[in-house]
Every structure is written in C-alpha cells, then in structure tokens.
Design a protein around this ligand. Structure first.
Ligand code: GLA
Length: 383
C-alpha cells in the first residue's frame, strides 16, 4: 500500500467517510549550489519522489486537528490563538501563524498525515511538511495559490516562528518543482528555470545513516561568517563578488572567513556552469562540477563529515558514477550521485556493501526522480 492509500484508509476508518482532499508536497535533493541561497546566490535542486501526504476534510470551526502515521503525538490547536507547540506540531502552527499574519483568511480542518522523507537527512522533510500544510489550508480556504509566495511564507515559519536562519532553496523547490526537471533558482530575484535531467543518468541519494547534530548553531555560524565577508567587501551579499574581485581583494580578509567566502563565490560559478551543462545535455561536465563542489564544501566551508566523505569517495570510484557530493546543510545525512542508467543496479549494491564494510553502518540508497511541487492530488466530488 502506498502512502496515499494508507492515509485514505486510516482517514476512512477514523472519520467514516473518504477524505475531502488529498494534498502532497515533495522533499528535495540539491544537485549543486550548496550554502549559496542565504548569500543571494544560485542553487540547482530537484524535487524527489518522496513526499508529505495529507488526507483532510474541512471543519466548521477554527480548530486544526492532524494525526501523523509516522510521528508520535498529534497537532491540535485553535486558529483563534496560536501558541507554540512541543514537537512537529510547531510546523502546522507556524504555517497557520504565517498565513494569518499575511492576511489569508483561515478555516479549520482535520486529517491524517504521512511522510516517507527521512527526517534530518538533508532532504527537506521540514519544507515538504510546511508546503503540504499550506496546501491543506489552501484546499479548505481557496485563495490564489502562488507557489513562490507560499515558499516565502513557509520560510518565514522557519525564520520567525522557529528561529532558524535558513535560506529559501528548500521551500522554493518543494513549491515550484516539476516532474522530470531540476530547478535553477536565483535566490535573490526568486526567478527560476526548469532544466530537464540528462536522459542517460539517474540521480541516486546515498543516505549515510548518520544524522546531523548541533547543526543549527553551525549553520547560523556559517550565515554570520558570510555576512562578515560581505561586509568586508562592502556588498549586500557574496553573490555580488566575482572570483576575479575575490582574488584581488581577499588578501586582507581573515583566513577562515576567506575560505568560507571562497566556497560561496566559486559555488555560484559552478552552479551556473552546471545549469549550462544540463542545457547542453553534458552529464560528464555536470558530474565533474558536482565533484568539485564536494571538495569545496569539505575543505573551505567545512560542513561535511567523515561518513559523508567516505560515502562520496566510495561512490566516485564506482564505474558509471559521474560525480558525487554531500547534499543539503551537511554534518551528516545524505550524499547525491549522478549514475549512468546502465550502472545503477550494481552501483547501489556495491556502494552499500563497501560503505558498511568501512563504517559498520547500513546505508540506504534511493534512486529518485523529480515530481511536481506542492499540489492537490484528489478532491471528493460534491454531493
Ligand atoms: C539547508 C537550508 C537551505 C540551504 C541548505 C544549504 O537545507 O534549509 O536553505 O541553506 O541547508 O545549501
């Protein structure tokens, strides 16, 4: 039974009728353009075929009631006075708060939620949850669905409700994703281009079975370091510094801050080159850029981990692998690899076996493809 069937069945049992709406929002894997979004730079993520699903029906009052099939506790709150929660219910509460603050009129609803996006793995389970919740509110209240506006509201939930300084990449792709395409996002203008994946390759997610620890403080520290660098150069964001300008002017910059800035500046260039390679269908070039991105994240930005490095090294030595790197915020979680279609079955078994031998950990390998961004997938006919 897939998740959609599962939530429908549980909904039916609990409420004695079929759901009025089923909505979903996908997780994402970032191909390249890491730690660039909060520097107004470029990112190139794609949605994946793992999502948060919600089956729901409207209520006549201001109550929201949501049970998760994966996570303990349920989310129960009133839209009349939204207080902070204690667990994952922070997300529905936060999204409702952000929507109300932006003057979206909200009526309550109740439903069942399930997700197959691993949590804390760098695959944006939180952004998917936020966008699925936003879609659920939309299904009940019907305003104009503008994916980018919704992405910004979901980001506000993280920034202003949860106190995390995350960028816009995850929410942008979970809201705007399209089947068969990656998204080149300009994180300053929020313009994006859909880029089809080269036909001959599969995107593999390599889950190291380690989860990030203390990541929020390390993440916020990187944000501050980048701000120090842009202050030094006298610009709004590191997006405004070319590699040439960096070479000429960075000598007086504190060595640690210089390395952080170097990553962001070179990563922006790599991301634009990667988009060009995708447009030209040049999978080899794309793979090469992905490899370079990993080295920069490992050595200059220092957000990788021992297990991520081991995983990437193993993947890169397999025949048929064009390039691998850590993906997402870092410090644990997943790597991503581009693999020739013909090599994928042996790639998955080989990588998992070698990784287990070297680390004692059991990796999960997900072969994935892009899916649509946050959407309504089913609506019960009236009457
Ligand atoms: C996390 C954040 C994103 C982005 C990445 C790093 O996933 O949520 O906004 O900064 O880290 O690229």
């Amino acid at each position: 039974m897939n998740l959609r069937e599962k939530i429908s069945t549980v909904f039916q049992k609990r409420f004695n009728e079929s759901p009025a709406f089923i909505v979903r929002a996908p997780g994402r894997v970032n191909l390249i353009g890491e730690h660039t979004d909060y520097n107004d730079g470029f990112a190139l993520p794609m949605t994946i075929n793992r999502s948060v699903w919600i089956a729901l029906r409207p209520r006549n009052d201001k109550k929201v009631s949501l049970r998760s099939l994966n996570l303990p506790n349920s989310a129960e709150f009133s839209l009349n006075k939204i207080a902070h929660g204690k667990n994952w219910d922070e997300y529905p509460r936060g999204v409702a708060w952000a929507l109300q603050r932006a003057d979206y009129p909200l009526q309550g609803w109740e439903g069942i939620l399930a997700s197959d996006i691993p949590v804390g793995a760098g695959l944006s389970s939180s952004a998917a949850l936020e966008l699925a919740i936003a879609r659920a509110f939309w299904a009940v209240n019907r305003w104009d669905w503008n994916p980018t506006k919704m992405a910004l509201l979901a980001q506000k939930t993280e920034n202003d409700w949860m106190g995390l300084e995350t960028g816009i990449m995850d929410q942008m792709v979970s809201a705007n994703g399209k089947k068969e395409s990656a998204l080149l996002i300009d994180c300053r203008s929020l313009d994006f281009n859909l880029l089809p994946l080269p036909k001959q390759i599969t995107v593999a997610i390599l889950d190291t079975a380690t989860r990030r620890g203390l990541v929020d403080s390390a993440y916020n520290e990187r944000v501050t370091q980048c701000q120090k660098a842009s202050n030094f150069f006298g610009v709004d964001a590191l997006r405004d510094i070319s590699p040439e300008k960096f070479k000429k002017q960075a000598k007086k910059l504190d060595p640690l801050i210089r390395r952080r800035a170097k990553h962001v500046i070179t990563e922006n260039v790599r991301t634009l080159q990667a988009a060009e390679a995708m447009r030209a269908g040049d999978a080899n070039k794309l793979g090469q850029l992905i490899k370079e991105s990993h080295l920069s994240l490992r050595d200059d930005y220092e957000v990788s981990s021992k297990e991520l490095n081991t995983m990437v090294e193993i993947a890169n030595t397999q025949t048929g692998c064009l390039g691998a790197r850590m993906t997402g915020g870092g410090f644990g979680g997943c790597a991503v690899a581009l693999v020739k279609n013909s090599a994928t079955p042996s790639f998955s078994t080989e990588v998992a076996a070698i990784y287990q031998k070297k680390t004692g950990l059991k990796a999960q390998i997900y072969l994935c493809h892009p899916t649509n961004g946050a959407e309504l997938v089913d609506e019960k006919a009236e009457g």
